[in-house]
Design a binder for this molecule. Structure first.
Ligand SMILES: Cc1ncc(COP(=O)(O)O)c(C=O)c1O
Length: 442
């Protein structure tokens, strides 16, 4: 029998929290009850500087008036419209606005509710595209070691983080993985794009030769791998992947769930690196993290391949109840307005050099074995405590939280990705706080 009648509003046991050390958290809860611009307010009334834009999503900072107001208005005007065989104007307006800021040639958008759904949507589009073109033998998907593509079955199959995969059986079949691009020693403490490692893209030729190009549908990579601890692609690496994919008729998918919407100083990483994939996967910053929504951009070549057959027939058997939801669409439109008015999609290019300078100044702190950065992303890799991997970084996270700073950790790596509105004074504050934490015996 359930003991729910005994539960109180402060009982934390019913909620099984995602990607969380549940038992540790529930002994020592960390709750946010408010947020404004660069700061959270905790349940015990403290201010915490947001060094991670929530989870890499609150790119314009918190509780921005335009976005809040758009949601409020839309909720009172049209709350929901069926997504299948019916529409509403804002979903179309948003798609037009999105393709305007996307790389040339990516002219069509499918909506989802998260990065994980965007990834699985992109993989399904890729497989169905080849089949629509009469190439149904192209069923293989190529991901990369240490890649993170969300938590659904498609995403964990092409993903390369072992803890996210090992519990879940056989996953998708027909998947292979490129090697990751982390070259400690050779590229340690590189500022920006590392010099060494473009040759790792040649591994794609080996995989293509092994399986034969006629069996491969798509390659999916994060242009900058985030969740695995920030791995910046070596100079020329993404260009090589593009060339090899084009040569063999393989679709290239960029998972831009964290790099999309200004993180590197351009709207998308594709523009920053000047490499145009066939599909771009996004979510997070699309609505400033405020309402769940994702968008998958595809080329006209892909879209048009589906637009055949009788006109009354559904062209692609895929979609979500909430694809292009009116409130999410209104939030995304207001987010794009905010980004535009404040120049946020390119701001990381302006403030990036200052960010880089202050980040790399932490090099002399104890246990720091590498520092990496690009745009408004930073990573500090720590030497693990002997026999207790991940503990040192987790200790740093707890200490930083208590000192009024939100950082994110993965393994023994601290990842930083503040809202794109961060000022120089706030960058100073962030690194001052972090230095104090790292100087302690964590
Ligand atoms: C590159 C990448 N892809 C996909 C996802 C999954 O997004 P979501 O958590 O919204 O499903 C993430 C989330 O961090 C991500 O970083």
């Amino acid at each position: 029998m359930s003991n729910r009648q005994n539960s109180t509003p402060n009982d934390l046991s019913a909620f099984w929290m995602p990607f969380t050390a549940n038992r540790q958290f529930k002994k020592e809860p960390r709750m946010f009850v408010g947020a404004k611009d660069m700061r959270y307010t905790t349940h015990d009334g403290r201010q915490v500087l947001d060094g991670t834009a929530g989870l890499w999503c609150v790119n314009a900072g918190h509780c921005r008036p335009k976005i809040t107001e758009a949601i409020r208005e839309q909720a009172g005007e049209l709350d929901y419209a069926p997504a299948f065989q019916l529409g509403h104007p804002k979903a179309f307006e948003l798609a037009n606005r999105l393709v305007d800021i996307a790389p040339d040639g990516l002219d069509h958008v499918l909506y989802t509710n998260s990065g994980s759904e965007s990834v699985d949507t992109a993989l399904k589009v890729a497989l169905a595209y080849h089949r629509a073109k009469g190439n149904g033998s192209r069923f293989r998907l190529i991901g990369r070691e240490r890649g993170y593509h969300g938590v659904n079955f498609g995403g964990i199959s092409v993903g390369g983080i072992v803890s996210n995969r090992k519990m879940f059986g056989t996953l998708l079949t027909g998947v292979d993985h490129l090697p990751h691009t982390h070259l400690p020693g050779e590229n340690s403490f590189t500022r920006g794009i590392p010099d060494k490692g473009a040759n790792l893209a040649d591994e794609l030729e080996r995989i293509v030769t092994l399986h034969d190009p006629s069996t491969i549908a798509a390659v999916i990579v994060e242009p900058v791998a985030g969740s695995t601890g920030v791995l910046i692609p070596p100079k020329g690496y993404l260009q090589k992947l593009r060339e090899i994919c084009t040569k063999h008729g393989i679709l290239l998918i960029f998972d831009e769930v964290i790099t999309g919407y200004g993180r590197l100083g351009a709207p998308f990483a594709a523009q920053y690196f000047d490499v145009t994939p066939d599909i771009i996967v996004t979510a997070k910053g699309l609505t400033n993290g405020v309402i769940p929504m994702g968008a998958v951009f595809v080329s006209s070549e892909i879209h048009d391949a589906f637009m055949t057959g009788p006109e009354h027939m559904i062209e692609f058997f895929h979609g979500y109840t909430y694809s292009g939801n009116p409130i999410a669409s209104a939030a995304a439109l207001a987010t794009l307005d905010t980004y535009k008015e404040e120049g946020l999609l390119t701001r990381a290019a302006e403030i990036g050099p200052y960010w880089e300078e202050q980040l790399h100044a932490l090099r002399d702190c104890p246990h720091v074995v590498d520092i990496r950065n690009l745009g408004l992303i930073g990573a500090i890799e720590l030497k693990p405590i002997d026999g207790e991997p991940t503990k040192r970084a987790f200790n740093a996270f707890l200490e930083a939280y208590n000192d009024g700073l939100l950082i994110r950790t993965t393994g023994d790596i601290i990842a930083l990705s503040p809202p794109l509105i961060i000022s120089k004074a706030e960058i100073d504050e962030l690194f001052d706080k972090l230095r104090k934490v790292l100087m302690r015996n964590i």
